[in-house]
Design a protein around this ligand. Structure first.
Ligand code: HGY
Ligand code: MN
Ligand code: MN
Length: 406
């Protein structure tokens, strides 16, 4: 830990970021990827980076890196996360990892610490995948998992492409991707595990598999009053039955399986019109890839049967499919050792959420540090983590980065 870590300064920066796209009357914010709010948050972080005399670079998918020189050149140790949020998000998801990385570098600037290797703070484009799919897009392109051209061509609901939007907000860069010496990310847990265990630090062992599918249903809009039940081709009914079926499949597959229908749009969406079409998304996740595949197959089989039974056409589109990823044992050990040396309890645990770190894991020693989420809530404005827990997370990050950077 460093005496120069200032958790009030860190909290003030989280507050300043949270004011960008603030949701009235809450502590949360709305900052979808490549919107004006995302630009404002990026600009603020770049200002902080410049004030710390970091070398600021932007790559072709809009990832921003602030790099502090080491005594030698060569691949940097990277930390960081994302500043884009879900549509109604909290202030800690992603933002904590960026601000904590800057806090560590600021403490080193203040105390004249030098490191063998450079250390960079990354701000990765479109981690959330809400406006443009897939998620973890910037880190995925950076680490060669997603194709740059495909991601720049991704379109939002209004048909705007990410490439055009990055150019519009001034974050279409040309910095070359690179393989870090190591990657460590501080993030809120976003679930109930640490809080229920009464433990402050999570040493994350892996990220579970993620499967997102969009289902389009095309039936027949008709009059709600004059159309006999036997003549209906009700896309809304099929959408609702799929959502109920997703929950049943998750419970039947059991263990870590989770299923979420987060988007369900019925058209025309009028009280007296049978929905002619529907768009829904299904988010399936599991730590076990085989079980996840079983859940995916059962969900699609159910959707096809339900659609056929109602005479509704079904179009399936996979939005993202990521297998479970394990982090580096040596780096996980380093996280646990650093946390225990600081007097914190540590729990080894998988991550239920996707993270930029999972894109680095195949290419360099990678791990994550979790701090608790109050009531296990995240992806909601009420997301909260105690200042003393923020402090613990930054202290562990500091010591881990110091060791990795030499
Ligand atoms: O969906 C996720 O797990 C991440 O927040 N993008
Ligand atoms: Mn996140
Ligand atoms: Mn998130």
């Amino acid at each position: 830990m460093s005496g120069s870590i200032d958790v009030e300064r860190l909290a003030a920066r989280l507050e300043e970021l949270a004011r960008i796209g603030a949701i009235e009357g809450t502590h949360g914010c709305s900052r979808l990827a490549a919107t004006d709010e995302d630009r404002a948050a990026r600009d603020l972080v770049v200002d902080w980076m410049r004030a710390l005399e970091l070398e600021v670079t932007v790559d072709a998918i809009g990832n921003v890196f602030g790099t502090r020189a080491g005594r030698t050149d060569g691949p940097p140790v990277v930390t960081g996360s994302h500043v884009d949020t879900v549509a109604r998000g909290g202030r800690y998801d992603g933002n904590l990892g960026v601000v904590a990385g800057l806090e560590v570098l600021e403490a080193w600037n203040a105390t004249g610490v030098t490191t063998e290797r450079p250390v960079a703070v990354g701000v990765f484009t479109n981690e959330e995948g809400v406006r443009f799919q897939p998620d973890m897009m910037g880190s995925g392109v950076h680490q060669g998992f997603f194709e740059l051209a495909d991601c720049l061509a991704a379109r939002d609901a209004d048909g705007l492409t990410l490439g055009d939007e990055l150019a519009r907000i001034g974050y279409a860069g040309d910095a070359e991707p690179f393989t870090p010496h190591a990657y460590v990310e501080l993030h809120i847990e976003q679930g109930p595990v640490l809080e229920e265990a009464g433990v402050t630090i999570g040493a994350v062992t892996s990220v579970q598999g993620i499967s997102w599918t969009e289902l389009l249903l095309d039936g027949q809009a008709n009059h709600a009053g004059t159309t006999p039940m036997r003549l209906r081709r009700d896309a809304g009914l099929v959408a609702a039955e799929i959502a109920a079926g997703a929950r049943r499949i998750a419970l039947e597959v059991g263990a870590d399986q989770v299923a979420t229908v987060g988007v369900m749009e019925l058209v025309p969406g009028a009280v007296n019109v049978i929905p002619g079409s529907a768009r829904l998304t299904v988010d399936l996740r599991n730590t076990d890839d085989g079980a996840l595949r079983e859940a995916e197959e059962r969900l699609l089989e159910l959707a096809r049967d339900l659609a056929e039974g109602e005479g509704v056409a079904l179009t399936e589109r996979s939005l993202v499919r990521l297998s479970p990823v394990s982090f580096d044992p040596g780096t996980i050990d380093l996280v646990e050792r650093a946390a225990r040396a600081l007097g914190h309890d540590v729990l080894r645990m998988p991550s239920g959420a996707g993270h930029d770190a999972q894109m680095f894991a195949p290419n360099c020693p990678t791990a994550m540090i979790f701090v608790p989420s109050r009531d296990g809530i995240s992806h909601d404005p009420s997301e909260f983590t105690e200042p003393k827990e923020l402090r613990a997370g930054v202290d562990v990050l500091h010591d881990v980065l110091r060791e990795l950077a030499g």
